[in-house]
Ligand binder design. Structure first.
Ligand code: T1G
Ligand code: NAD
Length: 646
């Protein structure tokens, strides 16, 4: 049974049980409708509490039904039915009340929630707007500014903040159902508030909307839904309830069939499938209780911070005492930054740092379950580290390398018990970036592989399995992308025009400004290494710049010039002069053509990666690009965007 009714005196308790997340399937909508009818007809019922079984309140519409013809009762009608019920309903919220789930709760006369519940309207992240009154009732309950934030960002709110905003009427400490029944009973002794649809809404001035439009567009970077959601909110503030509902519905139906919504649904399901590969379903990962990181530089400190954020105690090994101090300072810098941004309290930051033991002594690794190596990108240094790890660690501890370009097989060579070895490729900053490439060597055991995926879940990262090749999935595509962008420069397309085209396409940055930020020297040194090893690596335009010291922002210039202390790229006359001989005059390409051409190159490399078995599915490549390289999520990734699916 999806919906059941129980009684606590004059209070009826409606329980929804539709695992895994109580999504609003047709059966659930019908069940709630029938419950409303039954309870309206029952004179002995004075009020109703709506509560959910399992891990969460109603998490929203059933996303798997989106492609199918809608089946009645439709959600907006159900919400109106609950709102129009003769007895007041109280939504009792735990877990997440998202999308249609929050809309059902807004149809209830009251909402109560446990402290760690979260409430939100994430529809814009699926390329749509709320479709059951979310944009119309929310501003009537919390006011327009708070509604703008909820609806256009898609970010959920915690119960305490929701209570401040007026979205939640009471935060329940202790047992939710008991608290909700008590609340509903007490509410009967006071005059009932108006239902959300009948409440007035204060309409802001035109200026407010103009400002919001600017702010929302800036963050959306080409995604359509946030601006359309803002238009719905404006309608809700300026027109009557019925007209605003009709406008929301029309917008919802139009967006639901859009390319952007299809792309975002693709990403939604890809992200949920990624952490649980079918091949590992029956494999038990190693329990992770204690972790260690070797190297406390950019990556090592970031990885250690990510492990601490997940609650694991960490040992950080560096080569000497000074380096230990630097590594610990790097970590302190990360946690201090989190305090400045309001993500951690001082006390939390101190506790995170206190959970890291910096040392030069490998003996401290004896009881680590997982060790991640992030030392210099030099095969000799890495092999020496793994020799020490083999001696210091337990025989089952998972030993991982964060190498970007070295062959993990060469790093693992000679390692006793190599089934425990694996590549775990993090992205910088490692405590922020969501992507984790998981790179098994032929000897890697299923258990070690499963532990890599379990680690990703613990760190709330998106894991993607990659095979061994230079650059794995992400950096290999990046190389092709950069080469293709350079090829356009050689044809005479201006550098700034290429960057503007990619930004216009929805990327956070273009390929050249991104190199200036990260530094041109890393890729240069790698090419030089390959040349020294006798490989035939053609001279790139980037090489020409690095050879005269233009390594990017850190040297005051790379592909662009930078005024001292500024980050704004200025087209550079010196670069034009340096590259003059390499550049053919004036190919004319529109920004659209530039972006299409470069995305097609990424997809072509992605196809090669699939053909070679380096990636398992096109969706994995899409996840790599979206979560590691700033590919616009609403385009679904390079494979989806170019029609390579499945
Ligand atoms: N529909 C169908 N299946 C869903 C689902 C949904 N809305 N949400 C999750 N699942 C599946 C998911 O694929 C996975 O399946 C399992 O549930 C557990 O999910 C009209 C139009 C609630 C915070 O966007 O944010 O309402 O892999 O691993 O970490 O205005 O799920 O087990 O087979 O993510 O505990 C708006 C999306 C819809 C909510 C729980 N709602 N879900 O997190 O579990 S649009 C959302 C979540 C809408 C109305 C509009 C999370 C969660 P499987 P999980 P979790
Ligand atoms: P880094 O130079 O910032 O840090 C390397 C650290 O390793 C230094 O603190 C150094 O003291 C320490 N170290 C060197 N030899 C050691 C030893 N024998 N024992 C213990 N510590 C030792 O470098 P990084 O950018 O953090 O890169 C580390 C690894 O991560 C490299 O393999 C790199 O390819 C990879 N990686 C880097 C990035 C990135 O964006 N920087 C991204 C992904 C992966």
């Amino acid at each position: 049974m999806t919906v059941t009714i129980a009684r606590q005196g004059e209070i009826a308790v409606v329980t929804v049980d539709n695992p895994p997340v109580n999504a609003l399937s047709a059966a659930l909508r019908q069940g709630l409708w029938d419950a409303a009818d039954t309870l309206d007809a029952d004179a002995s019922v004075a009020a109703v509490v709506l509560v959910c079984a399992g891990r969460t309140f109603i998490a929203g519409a059933d996303v798997t039904e989106f492609g199918k013809p809608p089946v009645p009762p439709h959600l907006p009608d159900l919400v109106a039915r609950i709102e129009g019920a003769q007895k007041p309903w109280t939504a009792a919220i735990h877990g997440s009340a998202l999308g249609g789930g929050l809309e059902v709760a807004l149809g209830c006369r009251f909402r109560v929630a446990v402290p760690d519940a979260s409430l939100g309207l994430p529809e814009v992240s699926l390329g749509i707007v709320p479709g059951a009154g979310g944009t119309v009732r929310t501003p009537r309950v919390v006011g327009v500014p708070a509604a703008v934030d909820l609806v256009t960002s898609g970010r959920p709110m915690r119960a305490a903040k929701a209570a401040e905003a007026g979205l939640v009427d009471a935060v329940i400490q202790g047992d939710l159902l008991e608290g909700a029944v008590t609340f509903a009973r007490q509410a009967l002794t006071r005059p009932l508030p108006e239902p959300a649809s009948s409440r007035p809404v204060a309409a802001p001035e035109a200026e407010f909307w103009a400002e919001q439009e600017k702010a929302v567009a800036k963050v959306a970077k080409g995604a359509a839904a946030p601006l359309r959601a803002l238009a719905c909110l404006r309608k809700a503030a300026e027109a009557g309830f019925a007209e605003a509902m009709a406008f929301e519905r029309e917008t919802f139906l139009e967006l639901r069939g859009s390319d952007q919504a299809a792309a975002l649904r693709h990403v939604f399901f890809a992200e949920r499938a990624a952490p649980r590969p079918a091949a590992l379903r029956d494999v038990e990962p190693l329990p992770l209780r204690r972790a260690a990181v070797i190297g406390g530089g950019t990556m090592g400190a970031g990885i250690a911070a990510a492990l601490r954020d997940a609650g694991l105690p960490v040992v950080l090994v560096e080569r000497d005492d000074e380096a230990v101090a630097r590594g610990m300072a790097n970590l302190r810098g990360i946690f201090d930054g989190a305090v400045r941004r309001g993500k951690l309290t001082e006390a939390q930051a101190a506790a995170r740092l206190a959970g890291v033991a910096g040392t030069t002594d490998y003996a401290a690794l004896a009881d680590a379950d997982l060790v991640i190596e992030a030392v210099f990108e030099e095969i000799g240094v890495k092999r020496a580290v793994f020799e020490q790890l083999a001696r210091a660690c337990g025989p089952d501890a998972v030993l991982a390398t964060n190498t970007s370009y070295l062959d993990p097989r060469a790093i693992a060579e000679g390692l006793p018990n190599p089934g425990r070895f694996i590549g775990l490729h993090f992205f910088s900053p490692a405590n922020v970036m969501k992507l984790l490439e998981i790179v098994p060597v032929p000897e890697t055991s299923d258990r070690t592989l499963a532990t890599g995926f379990a680690l990703a879940r613990a760190l709330k990262k998106i894991p993607v399995r990659a095979g061994i090749c230079e650059g794995f999935i992400g950096n290999r595509i990046l190389k092709r992308y950069r080469a293709a962008a350079e090829a356009l420069v050689r044809k005479g397309v201006p550098i700034a025009e290429i960057d503007a085209a990619m930004r216009g396409h929805g990327f956070a940055m273009g390929p050249f400004e991104a190199q200036d930020l990260g530094g041109l020297d890393i890729a240069f040194l790698q090419r030089e290494g390959a040349r020294a090893a006798g490989q035939d690596v053609a001279e790139t335009l980037g090489d020409i710049l690095v050879r005269v010291g233009r390594k990017g922002q850190k040297t005051g210039g790379g592909w662009y010039d930078y005024a001292p202390g500024e980050r704004k790229p200025q087209p550079s006359a010196s670069v034009a002069e340096l590259l003059a001989r390499e550049i053919a005059p004036g190919a004319a390409m529109s920004r659209d053509q530039i972006a299409q051409a470069l995305v097609a190159e990424m997809a072509a490399e992605g196809q090669a990666i699939l053909d070679e078995g380096i990636a398992q599915a096109p969706a994995d490549i899409d996840l790599v690009e979206i979560h590691g390289y700033g590919f616009p999520r609403w385009r679904g990734g390079p494979m989806f965007a170019t029609g390579i699916r499945g």
